[in-house]
Design a protein around this ligand. Sequence first.
Ligand code: DC
Length: 233
Amino acid sequence: MQTGKSSIAIDGPAGAGKSSVARILAKKLGFLHIDTGALYRVLTLQVMREGIRPTEASAVAKVAKLADIEIVPGSNGIRVLLNGEDVSDAIREPKVSENVSLVAQHAEVREHLLTLQRQLAAPGGIVMDGRDIGTVVLPEAELKIFLTASPEERARRRMKELRTQGHKVTYKDVLLSIRARDNLDAERLVAPLRAAADAVPVDTTGKDINEVVREILEYLSAAGGLKGCSTDS
Ligand code: DC
C-alpha cells in the first residue's frame, strides 16, 4: 500500500492536541499532515446545508458519495475544498462540531472516507490524525501515538480556541459537548475511538504542544528514526 516513506498515525479524543501536534511534527519531518476529522466535518457541513438529519443513514451516505472533497496545501496549513469551495473555516463552526460525531457513526460514511484516507496516505511521508488511524486506516503505520488529556483540560483548550474565533461559549457547555463527543466516538459500532495495541500513549495534560512534539521526536530517535523524513542523516 505504501512507498518507501514512513507514516505516523496520531489518534485520540477531541481536544487532546492531535492536529496541532501532527502539524508541527509533519513540518519538522518534512511530511504532509492530514487531519482526517476535517473529512468528517466536510460531509457534516454538506449534510447540514442540505437540511438532512445527521442520523438519517441512507441520506447521509448519499451525501458522502456525491461530495467532491479535496485537500490542498495552503500558506497556513492544509485547506479543504468541498465541490471546489474552500470550506476550511466553515467546518470549524460549533454547529458542525455538535453534529459531526453523529455523521461519523454511519458505516457507509466511514467506508467511503476509508478509501479516500488510504488514497491520501498511499505515497507515504504523512502524519495522519484522527480516531481510528492506528486501528483501521493505517494499521501498518511505522509509529502510532495515542494522545490523551483530561476532559477538563481539553474543554479549557477548546473554549480558548472558540473564544479566539469570536464564539461566545461557556466552559460548562464546552465540557458537556466534549463529553458527549467522547461517548459517541468511543461507543459507536464501527471503528470506535480506541488506542491500537502497539500505540505509544502520550498524556498531554499540563504540557505545551512543543513539549509533546519533543517527547514524540525523542521516542522516534530512540526507536531508530523513520524512513524518508528530512531529519534522516
Ligand atoms: O478531530 P475532530 O474533532 O475534527 O473530529 C471530528 C469528528 O470526526 C469526531 O468527533 C469523530 C470523527 N472522526 C472519526 O470518527 N474518525 C476519524 N478518523 C476522525 C474524526
